[in-house]
Write a protein that binds this ligand. Structure first.
Ligand code: HEM
Length: 464
């Protein structure tokens, strides 16, 4: 691919339902059966293969004893996420046990109150104070990586990247760091998420029955994360005056008669949710971005030239983001190819229909973000790493709801802008210091709430 080629307008205009082999009124939705075990072990791969095989807006999927609709068309995604959002409740399965009934999970009036309460923590003025927190968290890990530089020995960057994003979210929202929770917090969260993902499609409870050891380990991990969070809450409650952050807002809401739902347990749920939702996804996006740059040295060199020119050696600042369009585009393109949240699941509260397809009450629908992001009907050269398509001048050319790394509509990610500041600033700091190249490539993936290669992204680093 020549990098000077210009992306053309994305396809999938209004006729796309027909063009995609569509569901005209009364026509049956095609359906397929997939082995439940295969789906549980690697749902992203299954969704990806389904998208290649069935270029259809909607596919019925039989999974063991259950049946779901897989949504592959942006108009249908808009229907679920925006137009009829009130009719589609979230379905998180066992992962909900890790978070508790928090902003991510809950619905209706309680969700509205939680969202409104948390919003000030994501206001622009607040986000502008991110760069020093990001630089400190990143520099600490870059120092840890220094001995590996130039040795020719690959190492998995994933854990270091997670450490950065966890410290950024803890620093920004809770004036805390990994040490405030205890060094084991990352391992316990990881254990809980990986096991929850294995249980996610276990509708009959078969996996849980067959693997009581996993069930116990899951319960233990959730318990330990809760204990560490409660310990942190107690220590923080003793601080006077309270730092001005999200936790202060949550603590204050406990005394608000209009907010009877805000119990200690609810505060715990919110902390755990913001911590996990904030760090795991961002780390996944960052690791894939670094890996893609390692695979594409010419793009890495162009991004480094952009950083050298706009920032030089100093700590990147908020205003630098506008001067780093290619870096922002690289981060966005990495999330298109490897969306950290590859599917969005919902249940229909009431019977509904869209484009002649009837949706029975109680049916589960999964928006295949992987399919939307890689469809030839929506994207030119869908499987290529082609960051230029995300340069600001092409933003208007995208078909609505075709790019959903952060979801869309009222339940879209509250941390969208947070992540779009953090990602490029972490990358800028890393690329100022190191050049990345590819080590051995893992053939398989680990699936928790997001997708990572088994054994991590094995990369080589060299000082610039
Ligand atoms: C690259 C990074 C990120 C990605 C790809 C991402 C993706 C998403 C997606 C897809 C959803 C919707 C989930 C659904 O509908 O089931 C979501 C929701 C959410 N995200 Fe993020 N997220 C990222 C970073 C963050 C950060 C940095 C934070 C907080 C600091 C955060 C906090 C949340 C919360 C609290 C929700 C629930 C919002 C609600 O339902 O009102 N996320 N995220």
């Amino acid at each position: 691919m020549s990098s000077d080629q210009q992306p053309k307008r994305q396809r999938a205009g209004p006729g796309a339902w027909q063009a995609a082999g569509a569901t005209a009124k009364g026509k049956k939705v095609p359906s397929t059966r997939v082995d439940l075990k295969l789906f549980q072990s690697d749902p992203v791969r299954v969704l990806y293969l389904m998208a290649q095989r069935f270029e259809r807006p909607l596919i019925g999927l039989h999974l063991g004893k259950s049946f779901i609709y897989v949504v592959q068309h942006p108009d249908f995604a808009r229907h679920l996420l925006q137009t009829r959002v009130e009719n589609y409740r979230k379905s998180y399965g066992p992962i909900a046990q890790v978070f508790g009934d928090s902003i991510l999970i809950t619905q209706g009036r309680k969700w509205q109150k939680l969202r409104k309460l948390s919003q000030p923590a994501f206001a622009t003025a607040r986000l502008k104070s991110m760069p020093p927190v990001i630089a400190a968290a990143t520099d600490a890990v870059l120092e840890e990586w220094a001995p590996a530089a130039g040795t020719g020995t690959p190492f998995a960057v994933d854990r270091g990247v997670q450490q950065i994003t966890l410290n950024v979210v803890l620093g920004m929202l809770f004036n805390a760091s990994i040490a405030s929770f205890g060094p084991r917090v990352m391992d316990e969260v990881e254990t809980a998420l990986v096991i929850a993902a294995r249980f996610a499609w276990d509708v009959t409870g078969e996996v849980r029955r067959r693997r009581p050891d996993l069930d116990r380990r899951f319960a233990l991990a959730v318990q330990r994360v809760s204990r560490m969070t409660r310990g942190f809450m107690l220590r923080r409650a003793a601080v006077d005056p309270q730092p001005d952050d999200l936790l202060k807002l949550l603590f204050e809401a406990r005394n608000d008669p209009e907010f009877p739902e805000m119990t200690d347990r609810q505060v715990r749920n919110e902390i755990v949710t913001f911590v996990i939702a904030g760090y795991e996804t961002t780390a996944t996006a960052l690791s894939w971005t670094i890996r893609l740059l390692a695979e594409h040295p010419e793009m890495q060199a162009r991004v480094q030239a952009e950083i050298d020119q706009a920032v030089g050696d100093r700590v990147p600042e908020y205003d630098d983001l506008d001067r780093l369009p290619l870096l922002g585009a690289v981060f966005a393109e990495a999330m298109r190819l490897y969306p950290p949240v590859p599917m969005l699941s919902r249940f229909a509260n009431e019977e509904d229909s869209f484009e002649g397809v009837s949706i029975p009450k109680g049916l589960q629908l999964t928006i295949s973000v992987v399919a939307l992001h890689r469809q030839a009907a929506l994207w030119e050269r869908p499987n290529d790493f082609w960051p230029e398509r995300f340069l600001p001048e092409h933003a208007k050319e995208r078909y609505p709801f075709s790019y959903l790394p952060f979801s869309a509509g009222p339940r879209a990610c509250i941390g969208h802008r947070f992540a779009m500041i953090e990602g490029p600033l972490v990358l800028a700091r890393m690329l100022q210091r190191y050049r990345f190249s590819l080590g051995p490539v893992s053939p398989s993936y680990v699936w928790s709430i997001s997708m990572r290669p088994k054994g991590g992204h094995q990369l080589l680093i060299e000082r610039r």
